[in-house]
Design a protein around this ligand. Structure first.
Ligand code: UTP
Ligand code: MN
Length: 522
Protein backbone atom coordinates (compact mmCIF):
# COMPACT_ATOMS: atom_id res chain seq x y z
CA UNK A 1 0.00 0.00 0.00
CA UNK A 2 2.74 2.43 0.97
CA UNK A 3 4.75 1.74 -2.15
CA UNK A 4 1.67 2.12 -4.28
CA UNK A 5 0.93 5.48 -2.60
CA UNK A 6 4.43 6.77 -3.27
CA UNK A 7 4.24 5.74 -6.92
CA UNK A 8 0.93 7.53 -7.34
CA UNK A 9 2.16 10.77 -5.78
CA UNK A 10 5.27 10.75 -7.85
CA UNK A 11 3.30 10.15 -11.03
CA UNK A 12 0.63 12.70 -10.13
CA UNK A 13 3.10 15.52 -9.62
CA UNK A 14 5.50 14.25 -12.21
CA UNK A 15 8.55 15.36 -10.21
CA UNK A 16 11.58 13.12 -10.23
CA UNK A 17 12.42 11.93 -6.69
CA UNK A 18 15.93 13.40 -6.87
CA UNK A 19 14.69 16.90 -7.65
CA UNK A 20 12.15 16.82 -4.85
CA UNK A 21 14.86 15.83 -2.41
CA UNK A 22 17.12 18.69 -3.51
CA UNK A 23 14.36 21.25 -3.11
CA UNK A 24 13.47 19.99 0.31
CA UNK A 25 17.07 20.18 1.45
CA UNK A 26 17.24 23.85 0.51
CA UNK A 27 19.62 25.47 3.06
CA UNK A 28 18.56 28.58 4.96
CA UNK A 29 21.70 30.63 4.21
CA UNK A 30 21.02 30.72 0.41
CA UNK A 31 18.58 32.94 -1.53
CA UNK A 32 15.12 31.41 -1.49
CA UNK A 33 13.57 29.95 -4.69
CA UNK A 34 11.23 31.93 -6.91
CA UNK A 35 7.72 31.89 -5.50
CA UNK A 36 4.27 33.35 -6.05
CA UNK A 37 3.80 34.63 -2.47
CA UNK A 38 6.93 36.52 -1.43
CA UNK A 39 5.48 37.52 1.96
CA UNK A 40 4.96 33.94 3.04
CA UNK A 41 7.72 31.57 4.10
CA UNK A 42 6.50 28.22 5.47
CA UNK A 43 8.33 25.88 7.84
CA UNK A 44 6.81 22.44 8.43
CA UNK A 45 7.44 20.90 11.86
CA UNK A 46 8.58 17.29 11.43
CA UNK A 47 7.76 16.32 15.04
CA UNK A 48 4.74 13.94 14.95
CA UNK A 49 4.36 14.64 11.19
CA UNK A 50 7.26 12.40 10.24
CA UNK A 51 9.78 13.00 7.46
CA UNK A 52 7.83 11.15 4.76
CA UNK A 53 4.69 13.23 5.14
CA UNK A 54 6.75 16.41 5.54
CA UNK A 55 8.53 15.75 2.22
CA UNK A 56 5.21 15.10 0.53
CA UNK A 57 3.60 18.32 1.88
CA UNK A 58 6.72 20.32 0.98
CA UNK A 59 6.60 19.15 -2.64
CA UNK A 60 2.86 19.85 -2.79
CA UNK A 61 3.24 23.43 -1.50
CA UNK A 62 6.23 24.17 -3.71
CA UNK A 63 4.33 23.08 -6.78
CA UNK A 64 1.61 25.56 -5.83
CA UNK A 65 4.16 28.36 -5.65
CA UNK A 66 4.69 28.46 -1.87
CA UNK A 67 8.10 29.00 -0.41
CA UNK A 68 8.82 26.13 2.01
CA UNK A 69 12.14 25.99 3.79
CA UNK A 70 13.72 22.92 5.31
CA UNK A 71 15.54 24.78 8.08
CA UNK A 72 14.07 27.20 10.56
CA UNK A 73 15.30 30.84 10.44
CA UNK A 74 14.05 34.39 11.14
CA UNK A 75 12.69 34.50 7.57
CA UNK A 76 9.99 31.96 8.43
CA UNK A 77 6.56 33.59 8.65
CA UNK A 78 4.30 30.51 8.99
CA UNK A 79 5.23 27.53 11.18
CA UNK A 80 2.88 24.64 10.44
CA UNK A 81 2.56 21.58 12.66
CA UNK A 82 0.32 18.59 13.21
CA UNK A 83 -0.83 17.34 16.64
CA UNK A 84 1.45 19.65 18.64
CA UNK A 85 0.73 22.41 21.10
CA UNK A 86 2.34 25.84 20.69
CA UNK A 87 4.67 25.22 23.61
CA UNK A 88 5.66 21.84 22.11
CA UNK A 89 6.49 23.54 18.81
CA UNK A 90 8.45 26.36 20.43
CA UNK A 91 10.45 23.96 22.61
CA UNK A 92 11.14 21.72 19.61
CA UNK A 93 12.40 24.60 17.41
CA UNK A 94 14.44 25.97 20.28
CA UNK A 95 16.16 22.63 20.73
CA UNK A 96 16.76 22.42 16.99
CA UNK A 97 18.30 25.88 16.56
CA UNK A 98 19.53 26.76 20.05
CA UNK A 99 17.51 30.01 19.71
CA UNK A 100 14.14 30.87 21.25
CA UNK A 101 11.26 31.45 18.82
CA UNK A 102 10.27 35.13 18.76
CA UNK A 103 6.76 35.65 20.07
CA UNK A 104 4.22 37.05 17.60
CA UNK A 105 2.57 39.14 20.34
CA UNK A 106 5.59 41.21 21.33
CA UNK A 107 7.98 40.77 18.41
CA UNK A 108 7.66 40.04 14.73
CA UNK A 109 7.61 36.30 15.29
CA UNK A 110 6.02 33.70 12.96
CA UNK A 111 2.45 32.42 13.07
CA UNK A 112 2.33 29.08 14.89
CA UNK A 113 -0.31 27.26 12.89
CA UNK A 114 -2.21 24.05 12.81
CA UNK A 115 -2.13 21.95 9.65
CA UNK A 116 -5.68 23.17 8.85
CA UNK A 117 -4.23 26.52 7.68
CA UNK A 118 -1.96 24.62 5.30
CA UNK A 119 -4.67 22.39 3.82
CA UNK A 120 -7.07 25.32 3.36
CA UNK A 121 -4.30 27.29 1.66
CA UNK A 122 -3.49 24.39 -0.63
CA UNK A 123 -7.08 24.02 -1.73
CA UNK A 124 -7.45 27.79 -2.25
CA UNK A 125 -4.22 27.85 -4.26
CA UNK A 126 -2.99 30.78 -2.13
CA UNK A 127 -2.18 31.49 1.52
CA UNK A 128 -5.49 32.01 3.37
CA UNK A 129 -5.74 34.80 5.93
CA UNK A 130 -4.71 33.54 9.36
CA UNK A 131 -7.72 33.30 11.67
CA UNK A 132 -7.69 32.46 15.41
CA UNK A 133 -8.97 28.96 14.66
CA UNK A 134 -5.80 28.27 12.64
CA UNK A 135 -3.49 29.23 15.50
CA UNK A 136 -2.06 26.79 17.99
CA UNK A 137 -2.75 29.40 20.68
CA UNK A 138 -0.75 30.27 23.73
CA UNK A 139 -2.60 27.99 26.12
CA UNK A 140 -1.98 24.23 26.06
CA UNK A 141 -4.62 22.51 23.96
CA UNK A 142 -6.64 19.67 25.39
CA UNK A 143 -4.48 16.73 26.36
CA UNK A 144 -3.77 14.38 23.48
CA UNK A 145 -4.30 10.66 24.12
CA UNK A 146 -0.51 10.22 24.20
CA UNK A 147 -0.21 12.86 26.86
CA UNK A 148 -2.95 11.22 28.88
CA UNK A 149 -1.08 7.91 28.65
CA UNK A 150 2.17 9.55 29.69
CA UNK A 151 0.84 11.48 32.64
CA UNK A 152 -1.37 8.68 33.88
CA UNK A 153 1.06 5.80 33.61
CA UNK A 154 0.97 3.90 36.92
CA UNK A 155 4.21 3.73 38.83
CA UNK A 156 4.33 -0.01 39.54
CA UNK A 157 5.10 -2.32 36.61
CA UNK A 158 2.46 -4.79 37.80
CA UNK A 159 -0.23 -2.12 37.33
CA UNK A 160 0.31 -1.91 33.58
CA UNK A 161 0.87 -4.05 30.51
CA UNK A 162 4.36 -4.66 29.14
CA UNK A 163 4.20 -6.50 25.81
CA UNK A 164 7.14 -8.35 24.28
CA UNK A 165 7.49 -5.97 21.35
CA UNK A 166 7.53 -2.31 22.14
CA UNK A 167 8.36 1.06 20.55
CA UNK A 168 11.42 2.32 22.38
CA UNK A 169 14.12 -0.34 22.01
CA UNK A 170 16.92 2.12 21.15
CA UNK A 171 16.34 3.77 24.52
CA UNK A 172 15.81 0.57 26.49
CA UNK A 173 18.91 -1.10 24.99
CA UNK A 174 21.02 1.83 26.17
CA UNK A 175 19.44 2.00 29.62
CA UNK A 176 19.80 -1.77 30.02
CA UNK A 177 23.56 -1.38 29.54
CA UNK A 178 23.63 1.23 32.30
CA UNK A 179 21.56 -1.08 34.51
CA UNK A 180 23.94 -3.97 33.88
CA UNK A 181 26.99 -1.79 34.60
CA UNK A 182 25.39 -0.72 37.91
CA UNK A 183 24.64 -4.38 38.67
CA UNK A 184 28.29 -5.30 38.06
CA UNK A 185 29.25 -2.56 40.50
CA UNK A 186 26.74 -3.95 43.04
CA UNK A 187 24.99 -0.58 43.05
CA UNK A 188 21.44 -1.77 43.67
CA UNK A 189 19.82 1.64 43.82
CA UNK A 190 21.18 2.64 40.42
CA UNK A 191 20.45 -0.80 38.99
CA UNK A 192 16.81 -0.55 40.10
CA UNK A 193 16.52 3.04 38.88
CA UNK A 194 17.61 2.14 35.34
CA UNK A 195 15.59 -1.09 35.34
CA UNK A 196 12.41 0.77 36.33
CA UNK A 197 12.97 3.35 33.59
CA UNK A 198 13.47 0.53 31.06
CA UNK A 199 10.25 -1.09 32.18
CA UNK A 200 8.33 2.21 31.89
CA UNK A 201 9.57 2.72 28.32
CA UNK A 202 8.65 -0.86 27.41
CA UNK A 203 5.08 -0.17 28.57
CA UNK A 204 4.73 2.99 26.49
CA UNK A 205 2.40 2.26 23.54
CA UNK A 206 4.18 4.75 21.26
CA UNK A 207 7.67 6.00 20.44
CA UNK A 208 8.95 8.69 22.76
CA UNK A 209 9.74 11.81 20.71
CA UNK A 210 11.51 14.07 23.18
CA UNK A 211 13.09 14.02 26.61
CA UNK A 212 10.53 16.65 27.57
CA UNK A 213 7.83 13.98 27.21
CA UNK A 214 9.83 11.72 29.53
CA UNK A 215 9.37 14.09 32.43
CA UNK A 216 5.79 12.88 32.98
CA UNK A 217 6.80 9.23 33.02
CA UNK A 218 7.55 7.33 36.22
CA UNK A 219 11.28 6.72 36.88
CA UNK A 220 12.41 8.57 33.73
CA UNK A 221 13.77 11.77 35.28
CA UNK A 222 17.29 12.77 36.35
CA UNK A 223 20.07 10.64 34.93
CA UNK A 224 17.68 8.63 32.74
CA UNK A 225 16.24 11.81 31.21
CA UNK A 226 19.74 12.96 30.24
CA UNK A 227 20.40 9.60 28.55
CA UNK A 228 17.03 9.74 26.77
CA UNK A 229 17.69 13.30 25.58
CA UNK A 230 21.18 12.49 24.25
CA UNK A 231 19.87 9.51 22.30
CA UNK A 232 16.80 11.22 20.88
CA UNK A 233 18.81 14.22 19.76
CA UNK A 234 22.10 12.68 18.68
CA UNK A 235 21.40 8.96 18.26
CA UNK A 236 23.91 7.84 20.89
CA UNK A 237 24.72 8.38 24.56
CA UNK A 238 28.38 8.97 25.31
CA UNK A 239 28.24 7.32 28.73
CA UNK A 240 26.78 4.14 27.23
CA UNK A 241 29.39 4.06 24.46
CA UNK A 242 32.17 4.46 27.05
CA UNK A 243 30.79 1.59 29.13
CA UNK A 244 30.50 -0.67 26.09
CA UNK A 245 34.17 -0.25 25.29
CA UNK A 246 35.30 -0.52 28.92
CA UNK A 247 37.57 -3.55 29.50
CA UNK A 248 36.15 -4.37 32.93
CA UNK A 249 32.55 -4.17 31.68
CA UNK A 250 33.36 -6.47 28.76
CA UNK A 251 35.14 -8.96 31.02
CA UNK A 252 32.30 -8.93 33.57
CA UNK A 253 29.79 -9.48 30.79
CA UNK A 254 31.75 -12.47 29.52
CA UNK A 255 32.52 -14.01 32.91
CA UNK A 256 29.02 -13.64 34.41
CA UNK A 257 27.75 -15.32 31.23
CA UNK A 258 29.31 -18.57 32.45
CA UNK A 259 26.85 -20.89 34.20
CA UNK A 260 27.47 -20.78 37.95
CA UNK A 261 29.37 -17.48 37.95
CA UNK A 262 27.90 -14.52 39.80
CA UNK A 263 29.02 -10.91 40.03
CA UNK A 264 31.26 -11.42 43.08
CA UNK A 265 33.20 -14.32 41.53
CA UNK A 266 33.59 -12.49 38.22
CA UNK A 267 34.79 -9.39 40.04
CA UNK A 268 37.37 -11.40 42.01
CA UNK A 269 38.60 -13.09 38.83
CA UNK A 270 38.88 -9.74 37.12
CA UNK A 271 41.00 -8.42 40.00
CA UNK A 272 43.20 -11.52 39.62
CA UNK A 273 43.81 -10.58 35.99
CA UNK A 274 41.35 -12.96 34.29
CA UNK A 275 39.91 -11.36 31.17
CA UNK A 276 38.68 -14.21 28.98
CA UNK A 277 37.84 -17.91 28.86
CA UNK A 278 41.42 -18.93 28.04
CA UNK A 279 42.75 -17.17 31.14
CA UNK A 280 40.16 -19.10 33.08
CA UNK A 281 40.99 -22.48 31.55
CA UNK A 282 44.55 -22.13 32.90
CA UNK A 283 43.19 -21.78 36.43
CA UNK A 284 40.62 -24.53 36.19
CA UNK A 285 41.47 -26.02 39.59
CA UNK A 286 39.84 -23.02 41.27
CA UNK A 287 36.49 -23.64 39.63
CA UNK A 288 33.49 -25.35 41.22
CA UNK A 289 31.98 -28.34 39.43
CA UNK A 290 29.10 -26.12 38.27
CA UNK A 291 31.48 -23.52 36.82
CA UNK A 292 33.65 -26.15 35.14
CA UNK A 293 30.54 -27.55 33.49
CA UNK A 294 29.51 -24.01 32.51
CA UNK A 295 32.86 -23.50 30.87
CA UNK A 296 32.74 -26.87 29.13
CA UNK A 297 29.37 -26.11 27.48
CA UNK A 298 29.91 -22.38 27.23
CA UNK A 299 29.21 -22.04 23.50
CA UNK A 300 26.05 -24.12 23.54
CA UNK A 301 24.71 -22.33 26.63
CA UNK A 302 25.43 -18.92 25.12
CA UNK A 303 23.31 -19.77 22.14
CA UNK A 304 19.65 -18.86 22.74
CA UNK A 305 17.20 -21.74 23.09
CA UNK A 306 14.54 -21.51 20.39
CA UNK A 307 10.86 -22.20 20.96
CA UNK A 308 11.12 -25.30 18.80
CA UNK A 309 13.95 -26.58 20.99
CA UNK A 310 11.99 -25.69 24.14
CA UNK A 311 9.08 -27.79 22.83
CA UNK A 312 11.39 -30.74 22.25
CA UNK A 313 12.74 -30.34 25.80
CA UNK A 314 9.14 -30.34 27.01
CA UNK A 315 8.54 -33.63 25.22
CA UNK A 316 11.60 -35.17 26.89
CA UNK A 317 10.56 -33.92 30.33
CA UNK A 318 7.02 -35.23 29.81
CA UNK A 319 8.32 -38.63 28.63
CA UNK A 320 10.43 -38.91 31.75
CA UNK A 321 7.80 -37.77 34.27
CA UNK A 322 4.71 -39.47 32.83
CA UNK A 323 6.33 -42.90 33.00
CA UNK A 324 6.49 -42.55 36.81
CA UNK A 325 3.23 -40.65 37.38
CA UNK A 326 0.60 -40.56 34.59
CA UNK A 327 -1.43 -37.72 36.14
CA UNK A 328 1.41 -35.35 36.83
CA UNK A 329 0.83 -31.80 35.58
CA UNK A 330 3.72 -30.15 33.69
CA UNK A 331 3.69 -26.47 32.68
CA UNK A 332 6.33 -24.57 30.75
CA UNK A 333 6.88 -21.28 32.57
CA UNK A 334 9.50 -18.48 32.34
CA UNK A 335 9.99 -16.42 29.21
CA UNK A 336 8.39 -18.98 26.89
CA UNK A 337 5.09 -18.72 28.79
CA UNK A 338 5.30 -14.94 28.23
CA UNK A 339 5.48 -15.57 24.48
CA UNK A 340 9.23 -15.14 23.98
CA UNK A 341 10.61 -16.87 20.91
CA UNK A 342 14.00 -17.47 22.55
CA UNK A 343 15.31 -17.95 26.06
CA UNK A 344 18.48 -18.65 28.00
CA UNK A 345 16.88 -21.77 29.50
CA UNK A 346 13.58 -23.67 29.69
CA UNK A 347 11.60 -23.59 32.96
CA UNK A 348 9.00 -26.14 34.04
CA UNK A 349 6.59 -26.29 36.94
CA UNK A 350 5.52 -29.73 38.09
CA UNK A 351 2.58 -30.50 40.34
CA UNK A 352 0.05 -33.22 41.21
CA UNK A 353 -3.36 -33.10 42.87
CA UNK A 354 -2.15 -35.89 45.15
CA UNK A 355 0.83 -34.45 46.99
CA UNK A 356 2.32 -37.81 47.91
CA UNK A 357 2.69 -38.61 44.19
CA UNK A 358 5.35 -35.90 44.03
CA UNK A 359 7.63 -37.58 46.55
CA UNK A 360 10.72 -38.88 44.77
CA UNK A 361 9.13 -38.20 41.36
CA UNK A 362 11.75 -35.79 40.07
CA UNK A 363 14.58 -37.94 41.36
CA UNK A 364 13.21 -40.91 39.41
CA UNK A 365 12.71 -38.85 36.27
CA UNK A 366 16.21 -37.38 36.44
CA UNK A 367 17.72 -40.82 36.96
CA UNK A 368 15.85 -42.13 33.93
CA UNK A 369 17.05 -39.19 31.79
CA UNK A 370 20.58 -39.77 33.09
CA UNK A 371 20.42 -43.41 32.10
CA UNK A 372 19.60 -42.26 28.55
CA UNK A 373 22.64 -39.95 28.56
CA UNK A 374 20.39 -36.88 28.40
CA UNK A 375 21.59 -35.18 31.60
CA UNK A 376 25.00 -33.50 31.45
CA UNK A 377 24.80 -31.88 34.87
CA UNK A 378 22.32 -31.16 37.65
CA UNK A 379 22.08 -29.93 41.17
CA UNK A 380 19.07 -30.03 43.39
CA UNK A 381 17.77 -27.51 45.87
CA UNK A 382 15.59 -29.15 48.53
CA UNK A 383 12.22 -27.75 49.49
CA UNK A 384 12.82 -25.25 52.25
CA UNK A 385 9.73 -23.36 53.22
CA UNK A 386 8.56 -22.55 56.73
CA UNK A 387 4.84 -22.36 57.37
CA UNK A 388 4.74 -18.60 58.08
CA UNK A 389 5.47 -16.34 55.17
CA UNK A 390 7.50 -13.63 56.79
CA UNK A 391 9.76 -12.86 53.88
CA UNK A 392 8.68 -12.23 50.33
CA UNK A 393 12.21 -13.14 49.23
CA UNK A 394 12.10 -16.69 50.52
CA UNK A 395 11.19 -19.10 47.73
CA UNK A 396 11.89 -22.69 48.61
CA UNK A 397 10.34 -25.10 46.10
CA UNK A 398 12.22 -28.29 45.39
CA UNK A 399 14.17 -27.33 42.26
CA UNK A 400 16.43 -29.23 39.87
CA UNK A 401 18.82 -26.99 37.96
CA UNK A 402 20.01 -29.08 35.05
CA UNK A 403 21.94 -29.01 31.80
CA UNK A 404 20.38 -31.45 29.34
CA UNK A 405 21.80 -32.89 26.14
CA UNK A 406 19.00 -32.17 23.69
CA UNK A 407 19.25 -34.46 20.64
CA UNK A 408 19.27 -32.56 17.32
CA UNK A 409 15.99 -32.74 15.42
CA UNK A 410 16.01 -34.61 12.15
CA UNK A 411 15.02 -31.41 10.30
CA UNK A 412 17.97 -29.40 11.65
CA UNK A 413 20.45 -30.78 9.16
CA UNK A 414 18.38 -29.85 6.16
CA UNK A 415 17.48 -26.47 7.70
CA UNK A 416 21.10 -25.45 7.69
CA UNK A 417 21.65 -26.65 4.17
CA UNK A 418 18.56 -24.96 2.81
CA UNK A 419 19.21 -21.64 4.57
CA UNK A 420 22.93 -21.01 4.49
CA UNK A 421 22.47 -17.21 4.33
CA UNK A 422 19.92 -16.78 7.09
CA UNK A 423 21.91 -13.94 8.69
CA UNK A 424 23.35 -16.18 11.39
CA UNK A 425 26.75 -14.88 12.48
CA UNK A 426 29.69 -17.06 11.41
CA UNK A 427 30.47 -18.10 14.98
CA UNK A 428 26.86 -19.05 15.64
CA UNK A 429 26.82 -21.05 12.41
CA UNK A 430 29.98 -22.88 13.49
CA UNK A 431 28.30 -23.65 16.83
CA UNK A 432 25.20 -25.00 15.05
CA UNK A 433 27.33 -27.17 12.77
CA UNK A 434 29.24 -28.58 15.72
CA UNK A 435 25.94 -29.40 17.45
CA UNK A 436 24.73 -31.22 14.39
CA UNK A 437 27.90 -33.20 13.99
CA UNK A 438 27.81 -34.24 17.64
CA UNK A 439 24.04 -34.87 17.41
CA UNK A 440 22.93 -32.80 20.41
CA UNK A 441 23.24 -29.42 22.10
CA UNK A 442 23.46 -28.48 25.76
CA UNK A 443 20.38 -26.69 27.13
CA UNK A 444 19.73 -25.37 30.61
CA UNK A 445 16.50 -26.74 32.07
CA UNK A 446 15.02 -25.77 35.46
CA UNK A 447 12.47 -28.16 36.96
CA UNK A 448 10.43 -26.90 39.90
CA UNK A 449 8.15 -29.08 42.04
CA UNK A 450 5.22 -27.46 43.83
CA UNK A 451 2.41 -28.80 46.05
CA UNK A 452 -0.92 -28.37 44.28
CA UNK A 453 -2.22 -25.81 46.80
CA UNK A 454 0.71 -23.51 46.02
CA UNK A 455 0.59 -24.05 42.25
CA UNK A 456 -1.00 -20.68 41.23
CA UNK A 457 1.56 -18.80 43.32
CA UNK A 458 4.43 -20.84 41.92
CA UNK A 459 3.10 -20.31 38.40
CA UNK A 460 2.93 -16.56 38.93
CA UNK A 461 6.39 -16.52 40.52
CA UNK A 462 8.10 -18.59 37.80
CA UNK A 463 6.47 -16.91 34.82
CA UNK A 464 8.42 -13.70 35.43
CA UNK A 465 9.78 -11.50 34.17
CA UNK A 466 12.14 -10.98 37.09
CA UNK A 467 11.35 -7.30 37.19
CA UNK A 468 7.61 -7.93 37.00
CA UNK A 469 7.92 -10.28 40.01
CA UNK A 470 10.01 -7.78 41.94
CA UNK A 471 7.43 -5.08 41.34
CA UNK A 472 4.52 -7.36 42.22
CA UNK A 473 6.14 -8.12 45.59
CA UNK A 474 7.02 -4.46 46.22
CA UNK A 475 3.43 -3.47 45.41
CA UNK A 476 2.01 -6.16 47.70
CA UNK A 477 4.12 -5.13 50.66
CA UNK A 478 4.05 -1.34 50.29
CA UNK A 479 0.52 -0.83 49.02
CA UNK A 480 -1.35 -3.79 50.51
CA UNK A 481 0.72 -4.84 53.54
CA UNK A 482 0.81 -8.35 52.13
CA UNK A 483 3.81 -10.59 51.68
CA UNK A 484 3.87 -12.40 48.33
CA UNK A 485 6.21 -15.17 47.22
CA UNK A 486 5.87 -18.22 45.01
CA UNK A 487 4.28 -20.22 47.86
CA UNK A 488 1.47 -17.89 48.84
CA UNK A 489 0.18 -14.50 49.91
CA UNK A 490 0.22 -13.53 53.56
CA UNK A 491 -1.84 -10.62 54.90
CA UNK A 492 0.43 -9.13 57.57
CA UNK A 493 -2.41 -7.11 59.15
CA UNK A 494 -5.04 -9.85 59.28
CA UNK A 495 -2.29 -12.41 59.92
CA UNK A 496 -3.62 -15.00 57.52
CA UNK A 497 -2.80 -16.63 54.20
CA UNK A 498 -4.99 -15.96 51.18
CA UNK A 499 -5.48 -19.16 49.20
CA UNK A 500 -5.92 -18.93 45.42
CA UNK A 501 -7.01 -21.34 42.69
CA UNK A 502 -5.69 -19.30 39.79
CA UNK A 503 -3.37 -16.41 38.92
CA UNK A 504 -6.49 -14.28 38.32
CA UNK A 505 -7.50 -14.81 41.93
CA UNK A 506 -4.08 -13.63 43.17
CA UNK A 507 -4.39 -10.39 41.18
CA UNK A 508 -7.86 -9.99 42.67
CA UNK A 509 -6.51 -10.43 46.23
CA UNK A 510 -4.07 -7.64 45.49
CA UNK A 511 -6.74 -5.37 43.98
CA UNK A 512 -4.93 -5.40 40.64
CA UNK A 513 -6.30 -5.77 37.12
CA UNK A 514 -5.25 -9.16 35.75
CA UNK A 515 -2.20 -8.98 33.50
CA UNK A 516 -1.79 -11.92 31.13
CA UNK A 517 1.65 -13.58 30.83
CA UNK A 518 2.33 -11.98 27.41
CA UNK A 519 1.96 -8.55 29.04
CA UNK A 520 4.42 -9.31 31.86
CA UNK A 521 7.55 -8.72 29.75
CA UNK A 522 8.82 -5.93 31.99
P1 UTP B 1 14.53 -17.05 34.25
O1 UTP B 1 15.80 -16.61 34.89
O2 UTP B 1 14.53 -18.35 33.56
O3 UTP B 1 14.08 -15.88 33.28
O4 UTP B 1 13.44 -17.04 35.38
P2 UTP B 1 13.17 -15.89 31.97
O5 UTP B 1 12.22 -14.79 32.14
O6 UTP B 1 12.61 -17.24 31.72
O7 UTP B 1 14.19 -15.46 30.89
P3 UTP B 1 14.92 -16.38 29.80
O8 UTP B 1 13.99 -16.41 28.65
O9 UTP B 1 15.13 -17.72 30.42
O10 UTP B 1 16.19 -15.68 29.49
C1 UTP B 1 12.04 -17.16 35.17
C2 UTP B 1 11.31 -16.78 36.42
O11 UTP B 1 11.59 -17.70 37.44
C3 UTP B 1 11.94 -17.05 38.63
C4 UTP B 1 12.41 -15.68 38.25
O12 UTP B 1 12.04 -14.74 39.21
C5 UTP B 1 11.73 -15.41 36.94
O13 UTP B 1 10.59 -14.65 37.17
N1 UTP B 1 13.04 -17.78 39.28
C6 UTP B 1 14.12 -18.16 38.55
C7 UTP B 1 12.95 -18.08 40.61
O14 UTP B 1 11.96 -17.76 41.27
N2 UTP B 1 13.99 -18.75 41.20
C8 UTP B 1 15.09 -19.14 40.52
O15 UTP B 1 16.00 -19.76 41.09
C9 UTP B 1 15.16 -18.84 39.15
MN1 MN C 1 13.83 -19.03 31.67
Amino acid sequence: MLILGRCCNSAMFNIPLKRRKRENAYPSGFPLPECLFPDVCVFLVERRMGSGRRNFLTALAQRKGFRVVSEYSDRVTHVVSEQNSSSDVMAWIERLTGQPVLSRETKDGPHLLDICWFTESMSSGKPVVVEPRHCLGVVQPLATPEKVLRTQMPSYTCQRRTPLNHHNSTLTDALEILARAAFFQSSEVRYLGFTRAVSTLKSLPFKLQSAEEAKDLPWCGGHCKTVIQEILEGGVCREVETIKSNEQYQAMQLLTGIYGVGVRTAERWYQEGIRNLNDLKNTESKLTVEQRTGLQYYKDLQQPVTREEAERVEQLVKDALLRFSPDVQITMTGGFRRGKLEGHDVDFLITHTNESALTGLLENAINWLKSKGLILYYHMKKRKHTSHAVSSLMDGHETYYTICALPSSSSQNTDLEVKPHNFVAAEQMACLKSQISKGWRAVRVDLVVTPHAEYPYALLGWTGSKHFERELRRFSLHEKKMSLNSHGLYDTEKRCYLPAHSEEEIFKHLGLTYISPSDRNA
